[in-house]
Design a protein around this ligand. Structure first.
Ligand code: 7TS
Length: 409
């Protein structure tokens, strides 16, 4: 293991809690991660010592809060390799970032008949906003199919691109299959037909190095709460010229440069997209999360999760009646392991695991179209992060075998 997991765990107060009398075994970080003390303290510090609304007045608290907020944005821009800090827009979460794009880019800048290419493995957040934009604006959606082992089929993907393709949007890492897609060849093909590319980075930003310029995507979205940060803060990265061409998504205070009785002019990016008092304390918390991740090193984070995933896939594959989903090669499989069990519903399994203090997610994981393609309605999913121990995977295996004994009696 490349991370000192025991030392890391000491930074996460919640990991010393017990659940139903057992030490907590938290295997649901793909849904939301736990928070280190550094993040809790960064937010506490603002509320205790320098809290006032940002971009207001010349008094000290507001000035300090604004400086911390701006510093958090700069940190996030550097973390993702953006060319400019202004290319980072704060939203509530990835869902809001994608809705912003579906309203402000797709509805405002695309014409009826224009095409958007998605894939079959998308989370509902990268599905429903496009379904709605297509329905209300006459856009055409196409879905790239998957290979048998759950990768985006590059040949089929390329065959869907054409002169009317304006946007392509797909998950960098699947939240169900774990599939890590190398986005570069897909982005190159999309750019070759003049389309812009959105990368849903919800499951990549927390887990591996990401450089938006090296990847070449036009937009990148993620959620702070999955990467050790607080809830209520998300990120939209967009190339400057694209963000500048887009109209605002929401209007009101903070996003204007001038308002008169006959109209308003918008502020420059990124504020044009940040109407109202922003979640600046949460943004500062996310900045602290990024400091924490950078101190660990994103290459080390990925190496740690690769090793855990390899171990989990190997151990799970020995369980009788268990079917693993997604690629079996840990080099292209992020830190999630989804599976079905013969004759046991994932919800029953998850309840029995909970009795032993083990938290996994069961259901469709907001990817119903993917489950429909796979011919199943639900899966169980264990997911890992910087604080996950191999022993927790052992506990999961014991828990599954216990559930099999109880439910088959
Ligand atoms: N895209 C992907 C790939 C995701 O995994 C998620 C959340 C989202 C978008 C939406 O993120 P949000 O923060 O806006 O809700 N995924 C999950 C999950 O797998 N279990 O719970 C949430």
């Amino acid at each position: 293991m490349t991370l000192d997991t025991q030392r890391i765990r000491a930074d996460f107060p919640i990991l010393s809690e017990t659940v139903h009398g057992h030490p907590v075994t938290f295997l649901d970080s793909a849904a939301s991660s736990q928070k280190p003390l550094a993040v809790l303290q960064a937010m506490d510090d603002v509320y205790r010592h320098r809290y006032a609304n940002v971009h207001r007045g010349v008094y000290l608290f507001s000035d300090e809060a604004t400086q911390c907020y701006d510093a958090a944005r700069a940190k996030i821009a550097a973390f993702f390799g953006a060319r400019e800090t202004e290319e980072i827009v704060f939203t509530r979460n990835a869902t809001e970032s994608l809705n912003l794009l579906a309203y402000s880019y797709a509805r405002a800048l695309l014409q009826p008949g224009d095409e958007i290419v998605l894939t079959e493995l998308e989370h509902h957040a990268n599905f429903v906003p496009w379904l709605e934009a297509a329905r209300t604006h006459g856009l055409v959606l196409k879905f790239a199919p998957l290979t048998k082992d759950g990768r985006i089929d590059e040949v089929q993907f390329a065959s869907l691109l054409g002169p009317r393709t304006r946007l392509v949007s797909f998950a960098h890492v699947s939240n169900v299959l774990g599939t890590i897609t190398d986005p570069r060849p897909l982005i190159e093909r999309a750019h070759a037909v003049g389309a812009k590319v959105i990368l849903d980075g919800c499951q990549s930003a927390p887990h591996m190095p990401v450089d938006v310029q090296a990847l070449g995507c036009d937009f990148y979205v993620c959620s702070g709460h999955k990467m050790l940060g607080p809830t209520g803060i998300g990120v939209l990265y967009g190339r400057r010229e694209l963000l500048e061409a887009m109209p605002p998504f929401m209007t009101g205070g903070d996003m204007i440069s001038h308002v008169g009785f006959d109209g308003a002019r918008w502020a420059d990016i990124p504020l044009k997209f940040e109407a109202g008092t922003p979640a600046f304390v949460e943004a500062i918390g996310l900045g602290a999360a990024i400091d924490y991740l950078q101190a660990l090193g994103m290459h080390n984070v990925r190496a740690h999760e690769r090793a855990l995933t390899a171990y989990a896939l190997e151990r799970l594959s020995t369980v009788r009646g268990l079917r693993l989903l997604g690629p079996l090669d840990p080099d292209v499989h992020g830190g999630v392991a989804s599976f079905t069990l013969e004759r046991i519903h994932p919800h029953d399994l998850a309840s029995l695991l909970d009795e032993q203090g083990i938290a996994v997610r069961a259901g469709h994981h907001c990817a119903q179209p993917l489950h429909a393609r796979l011919g199943i309605t639900a899966t169980a999913r264990a997911s890992f992060y910087v604080y996950t121990l191999p022993e927790e995977i052992d506990r999961l295996i014991d828990g599954i075998e216990y559930a099999q004994r109880v439910l088959k009696r």
